[in-house]
Design a protein around this ligand. Sequence first.
Ligand code: GAR
Length: 192
Amino acid sequence: MGFKIAIFISGRGSNMREIVRACFKKKLKSSVELIVSNSNEAPGLYIPEIKDIDTLILDKNNIDDKSFYSLLNRSLKKKGIELICLAGFMKILKKQFIKKWKNKIINIHPSLLPAFKGLRPQHNAIQSKVKYSGCTVHYVNEKIDSGIIIDQDIIKVEDDDDEISLSKKILNKEHKLYIKVIRKLEDSYGKN
Ligand code: GAR
């Protein structure tokens, strides 16, 4: 079964683009019905692939939390959203919202969780001299980067890697992993 998906972004939007493309090319059964950005400066908002998808911009500098959630809830309901994919969304969602959407919000993170939670995980991986890193897609719970892990992919960290090269390698893996996970959820929906 396919989901009606909302993708939440704050920046570049490359994971968003990959999910939109996969839906459009029927590599997924789902459809992206809504893009939510908490920044009106997010470069991802200008990606051509999303031109026909409804966009909700709730700019962090111009909105209080109460209006943020009231407008968000209204749009999610109106669109009949069934799955929320966080893709570089840099706002911490409040507990009440996460509870309401339990097991229906997933996030991608550029490390092998539980290692390197939070900001700049690629930088921290380099600093720690780990030999392997990667990316994780997990359910979102009340604690940052701590929900149940759905799937991961790994890459070897080479001696000459720095934060930039490592981020690039991981991002390539992220694009594939996110699609794989959504497909897995589509396939398993209703079976458990
Ligand atoms: C991605 O690397 C994603 O894993 C990371 O932000 C980047 C967004 O890139 N997310 C986090 O660090 C969340 N904790 P994108 O906007 O090009 O998809």
